[in-house]
Design a protein around this ligand. Structure first.
Ligand SMILES: Nc1nc2c(c(=O)[nH]1)N[C@H]1C(S)=C(S)[C@@H](COP(=O)(O)OP(=O)(O)OC[C@H]3O[C@@H](n4cnc5c(=O)[nH]c(N)nc54)[C@H](O)[C@@H]3O)O[C@H]1N2
Ligand SMILES: Nc1nc2c(c(=O)[nH]1)N[C@H]1C(S)=C(S)[C@@H](COP(=O)(O)OP(=O)(O)OC[C@H]3O[C@@H](n4cnc5c(=O)[nH]c(N)nc54)[C@H](O)[C@@H]3O)O[C@H]1N2
Ligand code: SF4
Ligand SMILES: [Mo]
Length: 669
């Protein structure tokens, strides 16, 4: 007898789809969308439609594994959990005794977006006194840019975009990374609305647009400031909104007056006439909706780009709650008390922070040294920048590396001890979404495969084995979920969180403008308290690597590395092991290098080199090379990961990753 059970997609994707999982004779045989969800409405992406193959895969790690060969060789033997706990307790205690708690670094991110899974190790590592990991790899810069002018105001409900007459997809390839936003666009266009895309290359979303602006990578602040300059000169800003809801516009206006068109054109790569065209479109379409992507923040001016775009939206009055108007970067639909998940009070002494995008430095250069690395919910060898340095760190013989994983990822191959992890179908959790306003909880739809255990069970058990008896370590998963839910902001007043069940999808009270009113003028054009080198108003500044003419002499091309539709960050890399991926290169750059369509090419810079297959196309702009997708490195197939080329340099605010700002050269192999 088969049965359909409800759960939620655990992947790091703004859509957080409601799922129906068919379980037949104890096996997952099908994964579909649940039509009962207001935003995801029963359809899911191809990646997740085949998720049962991952859950039931023969490649699943089902037992603890101990390294038997060289680090990275992938040679392991199965051991019992009893043995694994013993090794864990002995090695971690020994490292702490010899080098102090801070010599252990936890490394985790969003392999499973469930709030409990993501934060499962925090209590343990606080108690242990480990180094603190700064979780900057994805959204830190974008959030800091938003907060600088929007404060804690949440984004607009994506459903509002249906009523817009112009949707601006700014640095977000929604047809790949946010597919449930596409029906909003479709609805808008059916009523005569238009889609405008701003992206350095012609993504599948850009190809489907009514208007396309091929901005230079990192040039968004210039484009937004240019549009603002026009709107102000044409007296087409929303004066009543600016007066009643914002502060500081006059200071921004004074800057706009001073700024030269040549500088804006040069930095944005868009000529004055086209910038004016953008401004005219914005003034013609009162009902405008900005869907702002995180992609545009992955450069050294990333937070500044978000700052300038949000200020443009504010000057247009887009946050007035009017129909079809708004801005969405992250929904911010629910916020719980994070201390109820991370338990900072368990930390006895302040510890150093390690920025996760600088893992390579941390493992090879940081003093006092790191002797223990505990990875869960992440695949850092594939996703962290300057991969050759990460690898050098993972190769250190004296480093004790633990990886809690579902599959033998490139990082897991370097572990001393691998622990088998469940998939989200095998545990309970709580999922809010960053691209819409609906949340839900889950229960296991199948029992754990093999001897795998979920993140929270791992750290609760380890804590007890280490002799930690504080109350957080006694909590069951269920208790932690209910406790976290009990005072969650955004929860509608009439919902009894104690009786929430899987399949109950709760829309945030903040989805409507009424829930959001905190003060009458929450928005500001002048931001206080930013990093000392960051101007208080959005301004033009040079990019650290793209605008460095010394580096440009050797590496004249610019590389961005956005996602593709087959992979979710590096997850699902196991299905594409033999693929090395492509680069898009413009004919003007291919021709002098004698690069033809389909040629294997070497893409290289001062940090590393990778081989990719060339696609010669004017879908990218001159000087810009695009490598979509984080494929797994595989030395046995001579396949290198794309992060060999990216830099550990961080964004202008909040220490984010600059994955879309590497200078490279490309040659035929
Ligand atoms: N299929 C799939 N879906 C995913 C992911 C995936 O790997 N695969 N990843 C998930 C994750 S973790 C995240 S954070 C989100 C990210 O989703 P998005 O917010 O959409 O961000 P990205 O996909 O990183 O980048 C989107 C676009 O930004 C463009 N871009 C790069 N630099 C610039 C710039 O300087 N200016 C402008 N205007 N555009 C620029 C890229 O060309 C790309 O088309 O997607 C999630 N969804
Ligand atoms: N070049 C380049 N690099 C990038 C980006 C880019 O655009 N370009 N994007 C960046 C972004 S936006 C992000 S968010 C990061 C993402 O970086 P990561 O969060 O590391 O994402 P994944 O590569 O998906 O790896 C997640 C791993 O967690 C495992 N996993 C899944 N569920 C569980 C679980 O319940 N328990 C345990 N223990 N493990 C689990 C999966 O099997 C998978 O191997 O990558 C960043 N790296
Ligand atoms: S990856 Fe995104 S689109 Fe695909 S099922 Fe999960 S939440 Fe939905
Ligand atoms: Mo991300």
């Amino acid at each position: 007898m088969s049965e359909k059970r409800k759960t939620i997609c655990p992947l790091d994707c703004p859509d957080s789809c409601a799922l129906l999982v068919t379980v037949d004779k104890g096996k997952v045989t099908k994964v579909e969308g649940d039509p009962g969800h207001d935003f995801t409405r029963g359809f899911i992406c191809a990646k997740m439609r085949s998720y049962h193959q991952r859950v039931e895969s023969k490649e699943r790690i089902l037992h603890p594994l101990l390294r038997t060969g060289e680090k990275g060789s992938g040679e392991f033997k199965a051991i019992t959990w009893e043995n694994a706990w013993e090794i864990l307790v002995d090695r971690l205690s020994e490292i702490k005794r010899k080098h102090g708690g801070q010599s252990v670094l936890p490394y985790s991110y969003a392999g499973n977006m469930g709030h409990l899974s993501r934060t499962a190790g925090s209590a343990f590592f606080n108690k242990f006194g480990a180094s603190h990991l700064k979780e900057t790899i994805c959204s830190a810069a974008a959030k800091a840019g938003w907060k600088a002018h929007m404060g804690s105001f949440p984004g607009t409900d994506p459903h509002q975009a249906r009523n817009a007459s112009l949707i601006v997809n700014w640095g977000s390839n929604v047809k790949t990374t946010n597919i449930h936003f596409w029906p909003m666009i479709h609805h808008c266009r059916k009523n005569g609305g238009k889609l405008l895309v701003i992206d350095p290359y012609k993504t599948i979303t850009a190809k489907a647009a009514d208007y396309y602006f091929p901005v230079k990578p990192g040039g968004d602040a210039a484009l937004a400031l240019g549009a603002l300059k026009c709107l102000r000169e044409n007296k087409r800003c929303d004066q009543s909104f600016i007066r009643s809801r914002t502060t500081g516009f006059d200071e921004l206006a004074a800057y706009l007056q001073k700024i030269q068109w040549e500088a804006l054109e040069e930095a944005s790569g868009i000529d004055r006439e086209s910038i004016e065209e953008l401004a005219i479109l914005l003034q013609e379409h009162f009902k405008a909706f900005f869907r702002i992507g995180v992609g545009l923040s992955r450069n050294s001016r990333g937070a500044m780009s978000v700052r300038a775009i949000t200020c443009l939206g504010l000057a247009l009055g887009l946050m007035d709650g009017g129909e079809g108007r708004g801005m969405l970067l992250f929904s911010g639909a629910f916020s719980g008390n994070s201390a109820k998940l991370s338990f900072p009070e368990l930390r006895q002494e302040a510890a150093r922070s390690v920025n996760m995008v600088q893992l390579g430095d941390a493992l090879t250069r940081l003093e006092p040294k790191i002797y223990g690395l505990f990875v869960y919910n992440s695949n850092p060898l594939s996703v962290a920048p300057e991969a050759s340095l990460v690898k050098k760190g993972l190769e250190r013989e004296e480093l004790f590396t633990v990886v809690h994983e579902q599959l033998m990822t490139p990082t897991a191959r370097y572990a001393d001890l691998i622990l088998p992890a469940t998939t989200s179908f095998e545990n309970s959790d709580l999922y809010t979404a960053y691209g819409h306003f609906t949340m839900g909880i889950t229960e296991p739809v199948i029992p754990p495969r093999g001897e795998s255990i979920d993140n929270l069970t791992l750290f609760q058990t380890l804590a007890r084995k280490m002799g930690y008896s504080d109350p957080p370590f006694q909590q069951s998963t269920e208790e932690r979920i209910r406790d976290y839910l009990s005072d969650m902001e955004g929860m509608p007043a009439d919902i009894d969180v104690q009786s929430l069940a899987p399949g109950d999808y709760i829309r945030s009270a903040l989805a409507s403008q009424d829930g959001k009113e905190s003060s009458s003028a929450p928005f500001r054009f002048v931001s206080a308290g930013l990093a000392a080198d960051q101007p208080a108003i959005p301004s033009l500044l040079p990019l650290a690597e793209f605008d460095d003419m010394e580096i440009a002499k050797h590496f004249p091309l610019k590389l961005i590395t956005p996602p593709n539709g087959k992979l979710l960050n590096s997850t699902f890399g196991e299905h594409h092991r033999s693929e090395r991926g492509t680069i898009l290169i413009h004919p003007e750059d291919a021709s002098p290098r004698n690069i033809k369509e389909g040629n294997p090419v070497l893409v290289f810079n001062q940090r590393g080199s990778v081989v990719r297959t060339a696609r010669v196309t004017d879908e990218t702009q001159p000087e810009l090379v695009v490598a979509e997708g984080i494929y797994w490195e595989d030395p046995s197939r001579q396949i290198q990961g794309i992060n060999e080329l990216t830099s550990q340099r961080t964004t202008d605010l909040a220490g984010g990753g600059t994955f879309h700002e590497s200078r490279v050269e490309v040659n035929v192999v």
